[in-house]
Design a binder for this molecule. Sequence first.
Ligand code: SF4
Length: 349
Amino acid sequence: MEKPLLDWYRKNKRLLPWRENKNPYEIWVSEIMCQQTRVEAVKPYFAKFLSALPTVKDLAQCPQERLLKLWEGLGYYNRVRNMQKAAQQIMELYQGELPADYEALKKLKGIGIYTAGAIASIAYGIAVPAVDGNVLRVISRVTEQQEDIAKPSVRRRIEQEIQKMIPKEYPGDYNQALMELGALVCVPNGQAKCGQCPLAGLCQANAHGTVDQLPVKSRAKPRRVEERTVLVIQDGERVAIRKRAPKGLLAGLYELPNTKQHLSSQEVLELVKNMGLVPLHIQSLGEAKHIFSHVEWHMVGYHIRIQQLEKTRQGNMIFTDSEEVQNKYAIPSAFDAFTGYLKGGDGAK
Ligand code: SF4
């Protein structure tokens, strides 16, 4: 499997900024970003992050609000918080260089088996596997694995199989070739392009016509649905935002004021009055949905124009201008459907 796979990879791999050199820090950043977003979408975030924080030291020392702002739009903010903790560990223990040691990498905050394997093999040429969802799919089809790949024991077995196969000279290319094959050719949902696959001749699922049934994967629990009402509150120039609690979903980020359940415009006006504000005009902004890993927000939005405030704070709300919201405060993409209304100060999107 090694030769056809590596030949295919060298001809077909995508040109990605983090593949241009083998900088361990850049590989680490790209791996964490790619765990949550499509590779194409990651490129601009990667460029922005690296230009703001080009070294482990910069990441370790970055003020948290700025860090979260740099991560804005990528979601899973705990990942970047953990990256910063790991960067601080690297400064303390390894003088700012990611250790060229698989076991030591796994001990860093937020670096699991997969990420440690990717950094160790790609940046340092250490022959260890890096098994992500793409690799699990490819291997379970090639070997016609009938067990549930969501089980840790099955994943471990696949890692052990790759450990035996991985070439000592090219572990990074080998791992990336498996990932790339899963991303471009051995794709899910009945779309596998077996006719273009370098492994077609030895693939058991291809031989037995079971490609569409593999991998076997248990269904995740259904997500909880939460109804919310989101408020775009403006007093002329300024808009209201507030900081979320330090723990739980979207911890410590900024948000548009919102409340559980779908409220009518009358109920929203009452709510705004109870906040100590004087509403002048209300307009519905329609519905939106945001999906997190375990919960879905089904939202309705309202734009509320209020009487001019003297203060910049009211209760737990901060009143600030839309430019400052854009440049300074990290607002999660869950609110994307409504943050467009912050521009212009007149509720226009
Ligand atoms: S032959 Fe088809 S199922 Fe087998 S590895 Fe290639 S793309 Fe995947």
